[in-house]
Design a protein. Sequence first.
Length: 179
Amino acid sequence: MIVETKNNQQVLLRKLHSNDLDNLLSYLENLSMETKKRFGPHQFDKQSVIDFYDNPAIHLGYVAQSIDSNDIIAYSIIKIGYLESDYNRYLSYGIQLDNKIDCEFAPSVADSWQSFGIGNKLFYYILADLKKAGVKRIVLWGGVQADNEKAVNYYKKNNFVPVGQFWHNGENVDMLLNI
Ligand SMILES: CC(C)(COP(=O)(O)OP(=O)(O)OC[C@H]1O[C@@H](n2cnc3c(N)ncnc32)[C@H](O)[C@@H]1OP(=O)(O)O)[C@@H](O)C(=O)NCCC(=O)NCCS
């Protein structure tokens, strides 16, 4: 699907393919330290990325690609089911995560493309896909750092609701969306 960003650029939204590996590695390498600090569902070296997508039924990658340059400019990950490390925390809020209906979400946008609407547009695209797959709830991959104002706003804008807070290298917030 091709969409237009707030800076009037045409961008292709699609699933990650196996032949995106080099393009994806260059996207990851070029992220600023600030963004790398916020986004880390897997390590950024080649083998870690290959291993991460070993089971395509569990980890789904989505990208936005610039029509002009072909560069990947946004990358989001869905894990079907929940992370073991999130399960007990959610239980402490009275929410039992369930591999049949839940998924985990981790978004990122290249620094120079942030705040131009790509994060939102890629999320709508992913949402449509998840609805088709019968997913009912989306939780944030390991929560969001409370001082990550851009991301907290982004999740709220997309109707995620805070369900609890926890301490891990600072204050973090767990947020959930019923779809
Ligand atoms: C968080 C992130 C994915 C959002 O994507 P984006 O393309 O920058 O966001 P969008 O332009 O689509 O904006 C969506 C909403 O985010 C919020 N937002 C975006 N830029 C913002 C900014 N500079 N300041 C405050 N809020 C901001 C707004 O609520 C915005 O909605 P609006 O445009 O209707 O006001 C992206 O900024 C990013 O990759 N950040 C670094 C990595 C990260 O923090 N990942 C999440 C880890 S939990």
